[in-house]
Design a protein around this ligand. Structure first.
Ligand code: IDP
Ligand code: MG
Length: 139
């Protein structure tokens, strides 16, 4: 069993797409095992996107991700990281496959509706930025 961190990003939250996006991931066979809403502050944004600190879009990305409340969710299932990334589609909504979350809901390369961890190792690191052990219900 694998876990991945999903964020419903500000652009999607502003358009009331939180439920629709979580629904797509549940329909893909993944289970919600932790869930919260929050407004990301600058410190959390810098941690979450630390790998992009040298990118030209970094400052814009921080402003965007802190601009409006988001949903953070942990999804679990076999190959959760890959299943979630496939359900989301390519980073650029214009290039994302038909039927993916980003194709259907993303606005542009930055405002692409959703985040998903890109590896099991990064998923573990990212989950720990948003959740503690107490947030997970034992079944
Ligand atoms: P990912 O979210 O598909 O993993 P990354 O390359 O890790 O894509 O980029 C993180 C986020 O930064 C993207 O989801 C998007 O919101 C934003 N982003 C990526 N590339 C650009 C760009 O060239 N211009 C503006 N924003 C970008
Ligand atoms: Mg990434």
């Amino acid at each position: 069993m694998e876990r991945t961190l999903v964020l419903v990003k500000p652009d999607a939250m502003e358009r009331n797409l939180g439920g629709a996006i979580l629904d797509r991931l549940e329909r893909a066979g993944l289970k919600i095992v932790a869930l919260r809403t929050l407004k990301v502050d600058e410190a959390l944004a810098r941690n979450h996107y630390a790998v992009h600190v040298e990118k030209p879009f970094f400052k814009d990305l921080l402003a965007y991700i802190t601009s409006y409340p988001i949903i953070a969710a942990v999804f679990e299932g076999p190959n959760a990281v890959e299943v979630a990334r496939k359900t989301m589609g390519a980073t650029n909504p214009e290039k994302a496959d038909k039927g993916t979350i980003r194709k259907d809901f993303g606005l542009d390369l930055q405002r692409n509706a959703v985040h998903g961890s890109d590896s099991p190792a990064n998923a573990e690191i990212e989950i720990n930025l948003y959740f503690t052990k107490k947030d997970f219900i034992s079944r």
